[in-house]
Design a protein around this ligand. Structure first.
Ligand code: PNS
Length: 164
C-alpha cells in the first residue's frame, strides 16, 4: 500500500488545501493529513478545531485520515513508516521555501523521506489561509475560499456572528 503525508498548519483549511487533498488521495492508497501542533505559534484555531474542520471536509474520502503532530515532520513520518510527503505549490514564490524544506527533510531523514509537489489548481493559486483570515477579520465574503462551516467559524472568531 502506498501512503503519503500531507502536512500543514491549516489555520484554517481552504479550498486550495482541499484541492490538494482530493488529488493526492487519488494518487495514493492512503493519505494522512497531518496538522502541525506548534506550541510556539498562536494559530487562530486550536489544533482540535483545525483537525475537526479537516475531518468534516474529508468525511466522504475513505482513504484520507486526519491527525495532528508536533516536533519534526520527519520524526512523525518515521513513526508512521510513511516516507512520502505531499506539498502544494501555488506559484514560483512558494518554491524556494518548499525546496529548502524538502531538501532539509531528505537530509535529516537520511534520504528516506521524499517530498512530491502538486501544483495547486489555477483557480486557487492566489489563495492562502492568511488572506482568508484578513478577509474574515473585516467580514468580507469568504464563499469562494472556504466551505460554509469554516466561514461561520471565522465569523464567530472575529465577532461577526450574523450573516447579514
Ligand atoms: O501550512 P504550512 O505552515 O506551510 O506548513 C508548514 C509545515 C507544517 C509543513 C512545516 O512548518 C513543518 O513541517 N513543521 C514541522 C517542524 C519541522 O519538521 N521543521 C523542519 C522542516 S525544515
Amino acid at each position: 500500500m502506498k501512503s503519503a503525508i500531507y502536512p500543514g498548519t491549516f489555520d484554517p483549511m481552504t479550498y486550495g488545501h482541499l484541492d490538494i487533498i482530493k488529488r493526492a488521495a487519488n494518487i495514493f492508497d492512503e493519505l494522512v493529513v497531518a496538522v502541525l501542533d506548534n506550541k510556539d505559534k498562536t494559530p487562530l484555531f486550536s489544533v482540535d478545531e483545525r483537525v475537526n474542520i479537516l475531518k468534516e471536509a474529508t468525511k466522504d474520502l475513505n482513504n484520507v485520515k486526519i491527525e495532528s503532530f508536533g516536533g519534526l515532520l520527519i520524526d512523525y513520518c518515521m513513526s508512521k513508516k510513511i516516507y512520502v510527503v505531499v506539498r502544494g505549490l501555488r506559484a514560483v514564490t512558494d518554491f524556494e521555501y518548499e525546496l529548502q524544506m524538502s531538501q532539509m527533510n531528505r537530509k535529516l531523514s537520511n534520504h528516506k523521506v521524499d517530498t512530491i509537489f502538486l501544483n495547486t489548481s489555477l483557480k486557487y493559486s492566489y489563495l492562502s489561509s492568511s488572506s482568508v483570515k484578513q478577509i474574515a477579520q473585516f467580514n468580507g465574503d469568504l464563499s469562494a475560499f472556504v466551505p460554509d462551516y469554516v466561514a461561520e467559524r471565522l465569523r464567530m472568531r472575529f465577532g461577526h456572528n450574523n450573516k447579514e
